[in-house]
Design a protein around this ligand. Structure first.
Ligand code: RP5
Length: 164
């Protein structure tokens, strides 16, 4: 069983991170989602990553805010790709989380996406693009999605465009 694993640092991250799960769902990609914190439940986080890897997790997506160490802590445990979603909020409205997530030391990568809904959706897309390296059906779905997106730009433009 191949799947994507999503870990939220807190229930308060759910409203945004559900966009990630919904995107995977839309493409029929299996996923798990749990809450586990790098700081509040480090043993649970460690045990879950090991368990998920054994079950077939191919990519991990970690969402956390404030001193956001969750994605980095997961990257320390696994060599599977780890995607970090920095959550808005806190005194610096997400800048702290973004820097905590993106500024990993050499050799310990976390692929960091944008804050907010776009980041949650892009985390799902990036995970799927990784899976699509070995999944032709998913690759075709992603290619079709790109074509639809390009067509939507054209149809949106034709609603309003003015050309000389
Ligand atoms: C982080 O601290 C969580 O990922 C969340 O974004 C932030 C605040 O958590 P709560 O205090 O709302 O549980 O660990």
């Amino acid at each position: 069983m191949k799947f994507v694993s999503i870990i939220l640092g807190s229930k308060s991250d759910y409203e945004i991170v559900k966009e990630c799960a919904n995107t995977l769902e839309k493409f029929g990609v299996l996923h798990e989602m749990i809450i586990s914190s790098a700081h509040r439940s480090p043993q649970r986080t460690h045990a879950y990553i090991k368990e998920a890897e054994e079950k077939g997790a191919r990519v991990f997506i970690a969402a956390a805010g404030m001193a956001a160490h969750l994605a980095g802590a997961i990257a320390a445990i696994t060599i599977k790709p780890v995607i970090g979603i920095p959550m808005k909020g806190g005194a610096m409205d997400g800048m702290d989380a973004m820097l905590s997530t993106v500024q990993m030391p050499a050799g310990m990568p976390v692929a960091t996406v944008a804050m907010g809904k776009a980041g949650a959706v892009n985390a799902a897309y990036l995970a799927m693009q990784i899976l699509a390296l070995e999944d032709d059906d998913l690759k075709i779905k992603l290619e079709e999605d790109r074509i639809l997106k390009a067509k939507k730009v054209e149809s949106d433009s034709s609603d309003i465009e003015v050309r000389l």
